[in-house]
Ligand binder design. Structure first.
Ligand SMILES: NC(=O)C1=CN([C@@H]2O[C@H](COP(=O)(O)OP(=O)(O)OC[C@H]3O[C@@H](n4cnc5c(N)ncnc54)[C@H](O)[C@@H]3O)[C@@H](O)[C@H]2O)C=CC1
Ligand SMILES: O=C(O)[C@@H](O)C(=O)[C@H](O)[C@@H](O)CO
Length: 267
């Protein structure tokens, strides 16, 4: 996943200090490090590969370069422990597609310096991203813990024949997602009653009762994955051409949403 290419236009828009270089398709570490003050690693989600890349970077950089990883779930303590420049290391986890979904989770190693977090936060804002500070490492960080909680219950509802895959997705896209595109789950609670305290008074017992019915972690395999895949392929055939066309449509929707959000936030 390409976050940003190191390009003339990018160089022009950022201070000399914050040239961002990308580790994924680079032919050598030296190519990535040259002139960069912030390096974002984007190789596949493979712990040993990422550790190898960071060990090479650790030998090539001085104490001014921020080294960040795009990892979806690998913990900073797994990735960066033992590096000489660990204070300069941080996870900066983007969301797909990062050029239209601005969130970036900043997850520090226990030894990451506050200055590294602040510099990364500033850089991400400078390039138009929306960084959040995950204050201590946890498996899945914040976004994928929320995302996987939703996926887990979505899978169970389909597996138990409560709702079809197509209708399950509509519950999100024409229901929850409409609100969550503008306000998060906590603010939704706050607005859905006469404030958060009122919401919890009204719905606390109901929420706890429903949550106690949640089952074990799904296997994401077998008959259910066949059922869900078949439903997905009816909507979007699984060949590269149809998937690419649907992603193009998704991106056009996300661009329009980003424009709308920008208009709404400026009001
Ligand atoms: N795809 C997604 O939705 C998201 C991915 N991420 C994370 O971003 C990272 C990259 O994911 P993707 O872009 O999906 O992976 P990908 O497999 O699509 O791309 C990885 C890139 O690394 C290059 N590469 C492969 N092996 C390499 C090696 N040995 N040395 C140097 N470069 C190599 C590939 O040429 C490719 O450009 C992963 O850690 C992933 O978890 C984070 C958020 C979203
Ligand atoms: O979903 C996303 O865009 C990112 O948060 C990711 O980390 C990956 O896609 C991940 O969810 C794959 O499990």
């Amino acid at each position: 996943m390409k976050l940003l290419e190191q390009s003339g236009s990018l160089k022009g828009s950022l201070s000399a200090e914050e040239q961002l270089s990308l580790i994924s398709g680079c032919s050598s570490i030296q190519e990535a490090v040259e002139g960069a003050m912030h390096i974002q690693e984007c190789v596949p989600e493979n712990l040993e590969l990422k550790k190898k890349i960071f060990a090479q970077l650790d030998r090539a950089v001085d104490d001014t370069v921020v080294l960040s990883s795009s990892t979806s779930c690998l913990l900073p303590s797994q990735l960066f422990s033992g590096l000489v420049h660990v204070k300069q290391c941080i996870v900066a986890h983007p969301v797909n597609p990062p050029y239209y979904v601005p969130l970036v989770e900043l997850v520090p190693h226990p030894e990451t310096s506050p200055a590294t977090v602040d510099r990364t936060h500033t850089l991400m804002r400078t390039i138009g991203q929306s960084p959040v500070r995950v204050l201590k490492e946890v498996d899945g960080f914040a976004l994928n813990r929320l995302q996987y909680a939703v996926i887990s219950e979505a899978w169970r509802l389909v597996e138990e024949g409560i709702v079809s895959p197509a209708d399950l997705d509509l519950v999100m896209s024409d229901g929850l997602g409409m609100r969550y595109a503008f306000i998060g789950p906590l603010e939704t609670m706050h607005l859905n009653a006469e404030g958060m305290l009122s919401y919890c008074d009204r719905y606390r017992e109901g929420m706890k009762r429903v949550l106690k019915t949640f089952g074990p972690v799904p296997e994401f395999s077998g008959a259910t994955v066949e059922k869900v895949n078949q439903a997905m392929c009816v909507k979007v055939p699984g060949d590269p051409q149809h998937l690419a066309a649907r992603r193009k449509w998704r991106d056009e929707c996300l661009m329009s949403l980003a424009r709308l959000k920008s208009q709404m936030q400026s009001q």
